[in-house]
Design a protein around this ligand. Structure first.
Ligand code: ADP
Ligand code: MG
Length: 137
């Protein structure tokens, strides 16, 4: 069993699609280990996306992620990390395959509805970022 982090981003929360997205992932066999609403500040959003600090879209990304409430989830199943990346689809919904979460719910390559961890190391770090003292069962 493997755990990964899913974030439902401010655009999707504002559009009231959190229920549909959570239904989608649980239907695909993920177990919901943890779930909490959050509100990032530009500082905490900047920390979370440190890896992108040199990118041209960084400032915009930080502003967007701090623009409204988000919903943060820890999801568990076999090969959760790889499979959730496949389920969310490409970063830009124009490139995302039919049936992916971003194809259905993303507005564009910035406001793209969800985040999912992309490796075992980032999954560990990102889960600890939002749930530092939690022992999952
Ligand atoms: P992913 O979320 O698919 O792993 P990245 O790690 O490359 O994508 O980028 C992180 C986030 O930054 C994206 O989900 C998106 O919100 C934003 N982003 C990425 N590339 C662009 C871009 N070219 N223009 C605007 N925003 C972008
Ligand atoms: Mg990424």
């Amino acid at each position: 069993m493997e755990r990964t982090l899913l974030i439902i981003k401010p655009d999707a929360v504002a559009k009231r699609t959190t229920g549909k997205i959570l239904h989608r992932v649980t239907r695909e066999g993920y177990r919901l280990c943890a779930l909490k609403p959050e509100r990032l500040t530009p500082e905490t959003a900047g920390q979370f996306y440190q890896v992108h600090r040199e990118k041209p879209f960084y400032k915009n990304l930080i502003e967007f992620m701090a623009s409204g409430p988000i919903l943060v989830a820890v999801l568990e199943k076999d090969n959760a990390i790889r499979d959730l990346r496949r389920l969310i689809g490409a970063t830009n919904p124009k490139d995302a395959h039919e049936g992916t979460i971003r194809k259905e719910f993303a507005e564009d390559g910035s406001k793209n509805a969800v985040h999912a961890s992309d490796s075992p190391q980032t999954a560990r770090e990102e889960i600890a970022f939002f749930f530092p003292a939690t022992h999952f069962s």
